[in-house]
Design a protein around this ligand. Structure first.
Ligand SMILES: [Zn+2]
Length: 277
């Protein structure tokens, strides 16, 4: 199933793709949320089902990996598999329903210059080799991947795509109204490509990053990795930062603020770590 069919499925699942059903179902709740001035309501806004998280994530994963060289053996690969497996086991405790539904998988991408990692909606993960030297240890890698897994469990990806859909569908609805008909296949294909691309370039926003830090701390602690390592990891990332750092860092909250929040949260998660050791 490709993204275009998934998007069509979303339309079919509700009361019709164009235009009234979508306006009522998608635009109205957003307007309501904005009217209520509640960031929390808006941050939880999501037009996708968890099963669609899995479908969209698998589709995007295939597209990403098709352009990369992966490593399937050796010490680094074994470390990545070991750490993520322990974290996924802990995720089953933190969020059993979603973690049980997700199709967890990890790849190691051979890219020494890329200091990055991700977990797509639905549990498909990748670690770029460039982040391993910043992680330095299993616990450091657990900081990285605990945070990324938290994004997936909190469904930040499809929540962000949902908000983009409101904007993109809004323009298609307008075009459809002018033409007096439904959107064309090329319009649909264009949206599908935009959505697939957005899954890999999403900026979740600061509140989502702070939330992922906290949930990630719990996941790593429950997996038996010392959550205090999150402070050292953030300091190392901070040292990479500024204009010389990877571009994606600039979309994140400041490391100083993140470290402050992590330190405040540590007393709550250290007992989980000590119980899990
Ligand atoms: Zn993040």
């Amino acid at each position: 199933m490709n993204i275009a069919n998934i998007i069509r499925g979303i339309g079919n699942r509700a009361s019709g793709f164009y235009p009234q059903g979508l306006v009522a179902r998608v635009l109205a709740p957003v307007a309501l949320a904005m009217g209520a001035s509640s960031c929390q309501i808006l941050s939880d806004f999501n037009t996708f089902s968890p099963a669609q998280d899995v479908q969209m994530g698998e589709q995007a994963y295939g597209e990403i990996l098709a352009g990369e060289t992966t490593i399937g053996s050796g010490g680094q690969y074994n470390q990545v598999v070991r750490v993520t497996q322990n974290l996924v086991n802990a995720a089953q405790v933190v969020s059993p329903d979603l973690a049980g539904l997700f199709k967890w998988q990890v790849s190691l991408i051979d890219s020494p210059g890329t200091v990055n990692a991700f977990c797509l909606p639905g549990g498909k993960m990748a670690v770029y080799t460039g982040i391993l030297s910043v992680a330095q240890s299993d616990a450091g890698l657990a900081v990285v991947m605990g945070h990324e897994i938290a994004h997936a469990l909190e469904r930040h990806g499809t929540s962000a795509v949902s908000k983009q859909m409101v904007l993109q569908y809004g323009s298609v609805i307008a075009a459809g109204a002018i033409l007096g008909g439904e959107g064309t296949d090329s319009e649909m294909a264009g949206m599908a490509i935009a959505l697939a691309t957005s899954l890999t370039t999403l900026q979740f926003g600061r509140s989502a990053e702070y939330e992922a830090d906290l949930v990630g701390l719990e996941i790593m602690a429950r997996a038996g990795y010392d959550p205090r390592e999150a402070v050292g990891y953030r300091q190392r990332m901070d040292a990479l930062g500024g204009a010389a750092g990877p571009e994606w860092l600039s979309t994140h909250p400041s490391n100083a603020n993140r470290i402050r929040q992590i330190q405040e949260a540590l007393p709550g998660v250290i007992p989980l770590y000590e119980a899990a050791r």
